[in-house]
Design a protein around this ligand. Sequence first.
Ligand SMILES: C[S@@+](CC[C@H](N)C(=O)[O-])C[C@H]1O[C@@H](n2cnc3c(N)ncnc32)[C@H](O)[C@@H]1O
Length: 240
Amino acid sequence: MFKRSFWVGVLAGLMLGAVVRQRRTTGLTQERLNAYYHKRASFYNLTDYLYLGQFPRITMRQTLLEMAQLQPGMRVLDFACGAGANFPYIMERIGPTGTLVATDYSQDMLDSAHQQFVVGRGWRNIHLVQADAAEMEFDAPFDAVLCTLGLAVIPRYELAMQRAWAALKPGGVFGVGDLRESTRWYTLPIRWITDFTDMFIIADSTRQPWRWLENQGEQYRYQDLFHGFFYAATVRKPPA
Ligand SMILES: C[S@@+](CC[C@H](N)C(=O)[O-])C[C@H]1O[C@@H](n2cnc3c(N)ncnc32)[C@H](O)[C@@H]1O
C-alpha cells in the first residue's frame, strides 16, 4: 500500500531516534559539560527569563522551595548550583542569619554567581565552592540540601546524591527539581523533543533520581510539573 520510500523514511527515522537516545549517555562527559558551561556561564541565568523553558523552570524552583520549607537561619547546600538561579528563592527564606553553601564543577558558573549575587546583591552569607558533586565533603552538616537541573547532568549523579545525603543533618530535608521524561499518554507524540533537547543541553532526562529519594528517608513528597516533563521531590532524613 505504501511506497518503498515511505518505509525507508520510517526506518531512517527509527535509526536516527535510537542514535539520539544513545547519545544521551555516551555524550554526557565532564569535559563536554565543562566546555558547554564555560561558554554559557555569563548569560546562563538569562535563559530563565528569555528561553522557552522559562515558565516550567521558574515554577519548578518555586514549587521545590515551597516543599522544602526552609526557615530563617538555616544552613543550606545548593549543589551543581550553576550561576545561582536558585539563590533568590533560598535567600528570601533563610535571610541574613542563614548560610548558603553553593557548589559547582564549573568555576565559570561560580564566577558568574559571585558577580550577580555576592557582588551584585551584597549577599555575603553565600559561600561558593568549586567541587565535583560526586566527591564533595563538608566540615559541618546542613539543614537542607537542594539540587535543581543538576541530577540529569552530573555524570556520577548517584554518588553525588549519596554525598549530599551524608552531608545532611538528621531531620534535614533533601530536595530535587529537574527535567524528566514525561510518561503521560498525551505526550507520546512529542516525546522526541526531549530526546533532542537532552542531546543539545547535554542531559539525560530518563534518569529517575526521585526513586532513590523515595527509598531513602521519610515524609517523601513528589510533584509532577508541566505535563510530567519536570518534577520536584523532597524527603527528610530520619531523626537520629
Ligand atoms: C543545567 S545547570 C543547572 C544549574 C542550576 N542548578 C540551575 O538550577 O540553574 C547544571 C550544572 O551542573 C554543573 N555540573 C556538571 N557536572 C557537575 C559535577 N560533576 N559536579 C558538580 N556540578 C556539576 C554544571 O557546571 C552546571 O552548572
